[in-house]
Design a protein around this ligand. Structure first.
Ligand SMILES: [Mg+2]
Length: 199
């Protein structure tokens, strides 16, 4: 039987990137805001009270600081990924900007080597659509786990199964879409093979 493919988003799904970025702002720029305040994805400049240009400059600083841009994964994640790898193909599917992609490769080599069959960057794909749904469909991925409301909407539109990774900015997504708050919950959900919402 063909192994099913689970595609997993990187930022704020596997890796706590926004949380690490807020910590960086607190330590390096004395600008402290609680994580729960991020109600909109990709608009951190608003809660940090910066211009979007300044936010971009600070992201550049952040991604050149190895002590900050490689946050350790939560303990449970690696165990769950190893478990899922036994029966599934695991793929990282990231929409991160090209200029900061090498940090993802480094993070994976550092914390999760030999777990993922592939790392796919949406922005590097030829003739890429702007969202992940159509690519998941085309590549026959069975499931995407993501935190981003736009990516989740694009999967639902493309008829691709999706699990929401719970974050303060995705609370408005329909309750009908399966949601996890931790990778432990992912293991339980995926294990329920008879659950048509998942596989
Ligand atoms: Mg994400």
């Amino acid at each position: 039987m063909k192994r099913k493919t689970i595609a997993i988003d990187f930022d704020d799904t596997i890796c706590d990137t926004n949380r690490a970025f807020l910590f960086f702002n607190k330590v390096k720029h004395n600008n402290s805001v609680p994580y729960s305040k991020i109600k909109e994805k990709d608009c951190l400049y608003k809660i940090l009270k910066l211009s979007s240009k300044k936010e971009d400059i600070i992201w550049d600083e952040f991604f050149t600081e190895p002590n900050f841009c490689f946050p350790q994964p939560k303990k449970e994640i690696l165990g769950v990924l190893k478990y899922l790898k036994e029966d599934h193909k695991l793929v990282i599917f990231s929409a991160r900007e090209k200029r900061w992609q090498t940090q993802i490769n480094k993070w994976v080599n550092l914390y999760a080597p030999n777990i993922f069959d592939e790392i796919i960057f949406l922005k590097n794909l030829k003739n890429a659509c702007s969202t992940k749904g159509p690519i998941c469909k085309k590549r026959d991925f069975d499931l995407l786990i993501d935190d981003c409301p736009e990516e989740i909407a694009s999967c639902l539109k493309s008829n691709v199964k999706v699990i929401v990774f719970d974050q303060p900015w995705n609370k408005k997504i329909s309750k009908k879409v399966p949601r996890i708050k931790s990778f432990k919950q992912l293991k339980n959900l995926v294990n329920k093979r008879e659950n048509p919402a998942i596989f």
